[in-house]
Write a protein that binds this ligand. Structure first.
Ligand SMILES: Cc1ncc(COP(=O)(O)O)c(C=O)c1O
Length: 280
C-alpha cells in the first residue's frame, strides 16, 4: 500500500511546482526585467493584459503586492477604500492599505463578500472638509472568506456604475478570478470589463511558486512600476518565477479547459497524490 498519500485541505496555496514547471523555470529565457528586457516576463504580461482586456500588465512577486501597489497608486493619505468586511485587503494584509498608502477602510457588512450598488451608495462619503475622500471600491473574485462566492457580472456592473457616479475607481482582487471564469463559463475579460484595475494570482492551486499579474490602463501601470521599484519588487536576472508563471498561465487555461474546475482539481490531486475527502 502507498505510504506517501496525504490529506492537505488547508488551502489551494499548498501546491508544489510540478516537474514540468521546474523544467520550464530551468530552461527560461532570461533578461533584465527592470529594463523591460526579460522576454518571459514580457510575454506573460502581454498574455495577461489580453486575457483581462486591459491596456497593460505588470508582473509582481505576490498577489498581496498587487493589491497594495494598486492602493498606493489609487489613493492619497486620508482617502477611503470601500469593500466587503471579509475582503483579503482588509483582513489579511497586515493593515497594508493604511500602513503604506495611508488610506482607511470602510468595511461593508456581508458574509458572502458580495455587496450591492445600494451598499456602495450608502458607503460613499459626502463631500465636506470633515470627511475622508471615498476613492476605491474593492471587489474580490472569488470571495475567499465568502466560501468562494462568485460575483455575477451584472452585480459588478451595478457596483461599478455607482462607483463611477461618485468618481471612485473599482479594483478587483482576482486571486481566483480564473476559477470564477471557468466555473461560470464567462470569459475573464468580461468579468474585468467594468473594473479599472485587476490582478490574477499565479500561486493559487497551480503549483507556481510565486507571482501575480496586475493590469490596468497604461498610465496606471506606469505609476505602478515606480512603486514596484520602491518596494523592491523588480528584479534583474530572476527568471524562475516568471518562466514558472508563463507555464502556470498555460496550465491554468488547459487544465481548466472546458471541463471546469473539478477536472482541474482532480488532475491536481492525481499529480500531487492528495486524497479527496468527502466531508458528508
Ligand atoms: C482573495 C485573496 N487576495 C489576495 C491574496 C494574497 O495573495 P498572495 O498570497 O499571492 O500574496 C490571497 C491569498 O490567499 C487571497 O486569497
Amino acid at each position: 500500500m502507498s505510504t506517501n498519500r496525504i490529506i492537505d485541505l488547508y488551502s489551494d496555496t499548498q501546491t508544489r511546482p510540478s516537474a514540468g514547471m521546474r523544467r520550464a523555470m530551468a530552461e527560461a529565457e532570461v533578461g533584465d526585467e527592470q529594463r523591460g528586457e526579460d522576454p518571459s516576463t514580457n510575454l506573460l504580461q502581454e498574455r495577461v493584459a489580453d486575457l483581462l482586456g486591459k491596456e497593460a500588465a505588470m508582473f509582481l512577486p505576490s498577489g498581496t503586492m498587487c493589491n497594495q501597489i494598486a492602493m498606493l497608486v489609487h489613493c492619497r493619505q486620508g482617502d477611503e477604500i470601500i469593500g466587503a468586511e471579509v475582503t483579503h485587503l482588509f483582513t489579511s494584509e497586515a493593515g497594508g492599505a493604511s500602513a503604506l498608502a495611508g488610506a482607511q477602510t470602510w468595511p461593508i457588512r456581508c458574509d458572502s463578500g458580495i455587496f450591492t450598488g445600494a451598499d456602495v451608495e450608502a458607503a460613499v462619503r459626502a463631500p465636506g472638509r470633515h470627511n475622508p475622500i471615498s476613492k476605491v471600491v474593492v471587489i474580490e473574485q472569488t470571495v475567499n472568506r465568502g466560501g468562494g462566492a462568485i460575483w455575477p457580472v451584472e452585480r459588478i456592473a451595478e457596483v461599478a456604475t455607482v462607483a463611477r457616479k461618485h468618481g471612485l475607481v473599482v479594483h478587483m482582487d482576482g486571486a481566483r478570478l480564473m476559477n470564477a471564469a471557468v466555473s461560470s463559463g464567462i470569459a475573464a475579460k468580461d468579468m474585468t470589463a467594468h473594473v479599472d484595475t485587476a490582478w490574477v494570482d499565479l500561486s493559487k492551486g497551480l503549483g507556481c511558486p510565486v507571482g501575480g499579474v496586475l493590469v490596468g490602463s497604461r498610465a496606471f501601470i506606469d505609476d505602478a512600476w515606480r512603486w514596484k521599484h520602491r518596494l523592491g519588487g523588480a528584479r534583474p536576472q530572476h527568471p524562475e518565477a516568471r518562466r514558472g508563471s508563463c507555464q502556470c498561465c498555460r496550465t491554468r487555461r488547459s487544465d481548466h479547459g472546458s471541463s471546469g474546475p473539478q477536472a482541474f482539481h482532480a488532475a491536481h490531486r492525481e499529480q500531487h497524490r492528495v486524497l479527496r475527502v468527502d466531508p458528508a
